[in-house]
Ligand binder design. Structure first.
Ligand SMILES: Cc1cc2nc3c(=O)[nH]c(=O)nc-3n(C[C@H](O)[C@H](O)[C@H](O)COP(=O)(O)OP(=O)(O)OC[C@H]3O[C@@H](n4cnc5c(N)ncnc54)[C@H](O)[C@@H]3O)c2cc1C
Length: 304
């Protein structure tokens, strides 16, 4: 079969602990696990799952997922090695095409090199391009772009039969921290473009923004960033702080003392500890503030 040589090296491992693949450093084992490096390897993984009747779970940078202590049944595909990036100048725009597992920091490097505003937006965003699309990752500051889908022009999605289709941004349903209309399948590629309007001070602005972020966020501890979405006309962090929940702890999962919307792993927190803290915060904010917080973080695996 054409392309056989490309994916014959795909390794599917069994009973792989996923904690080290997440920014929270938390999670049980995947029954089966692989890290495809090419489209053909991804197709091969889908085929293998089909042959064995395994359900498929996908993640990439692991910076917005809470993986169950009991792990994930079937095949877990981590996309972070499906990574490649190219850029060109076209119609006075910087046009970037990249595979979905490309780290956002690779985009950051290109925007910095070209002295363009998206560098400022990307500086504080961990994870990979596919995760950025799915979560429509965004920043609180009034930057432009402010959300990931502001600079995406199209995405390619591979369905579970290995067929790829291109979807333009206009066909997607884009909302706060969410992007729909691409399922079923896995996002495998994206095109990003931005006008070539140089800002010679962008590197200085990035340094300043990073400094501020370090003072406000517990970036020295494992977390997944903000756990809750901001409700309309309010800030989740403020509500949680006003309820006196900073420092609230179950096991080794703690509402950060620095930023109330972060839950940090002090050392050996389990997914259950984190989920119990999340549930307590939700209950307390509902009782005291009459606001129903929604989680931004995505739960994966076997929770019941
Ligand atoms: C310290 C810290 C700070 C953060 N700050 C911010 C912030 O300012 N703003 C913000 O929005 N987020 C922030 N986050 C959260 C997170 O970094 C973003 O949501 C990021 O875009 C997730 O990307 P990821 O590759 O890690 O996705 P993952 O965590 O791997 O996955 C997230 C979801 O996307 C799905 N997914 C991932 N890739 C694909 C794909 N290729 N195809 C289909 N589905 C896919 C997964 O199944 C899962 O449902 C922060 C996280 C940390 C740890």
């Amino acid at each position: 079969m054409v392309g056989n040589w490309e994916w014959k090296f795909l390794k599917i491992l069994s009973n792989v602990n996923l904690a080290e693949y997440t920014s929270w450093m938390i999670g049980g084992d995947a029954d089966h696990f692989c890290l495809p490096t090419s489209m053909d390897e991804l197709r091969a993984a889908f085929q293998e799952a089909k042959n064995n009747n395994w359900p498929i779970t996908v993640f990439s940078g692991g910076s917005n997922v809470l993986i169950a202590d009991r792990g994930i049944r079937g095949l877990t595909i981590c996309l972070r090695r499906l990574s490649a990036i190219e850029s060109k100048i076209e119609n006075n725009q910087l046009v970037i095409e990249c595979l979905a597992g490309t780290a956002k920091s690779e985009l950051l490097k290109l925007f910095l090199k070209n002295q363009l505003a998206p560098a400022l937006f990307l500086a504080g965003l961990p994870g990979d391009v596919g995760g950025g699309v799915v979560m429509n990752a965004g920043v609180a500051e009034n930057f432009s772009p402010r959300e990931f889908m502001d600079f995406v022009t199209w995405i390619d999605v591979m369905d579970f039969d290995g067929q790829t289709r291109r979807i333009s941004k206009e066909k997607l349903q884009i909302s706060y921290r969410h992007c729909d209309g691409w399922q079923p399948g896995v996002i495998v590629r994206a095109q990003i473009s931005w006008p070539l309007v140089q800002d010679k001070d962008v590197i200085l602005k990035v340094r300043e923004a990073n400094k501020i972020r370090l003072t406000k966020q517990p970036l020295d501890m494992p977390s997944c960033g903000s756990v809750f979405r901001n409700p309309d006309n309010a800030k989740a962090a403020q509500l949680i702080d006003q309820c006196g929940l900073k420092g609230f702890c179950i096991g080794d999962a703690q509402v950060s003392l620095k930023h109330a919307n972060f839950i940090v792993n002090l050392k050996k927190a389990t997914a259950t500890d984190v989920w119990n803290v999340i549930s307590h915060v939700k209950r307390t904010v509902l009782q005291q503030k009459s606001v129903e917080l929604q989680t931004e973080v995505v739960r994966l695996g076997q929770w019941t």
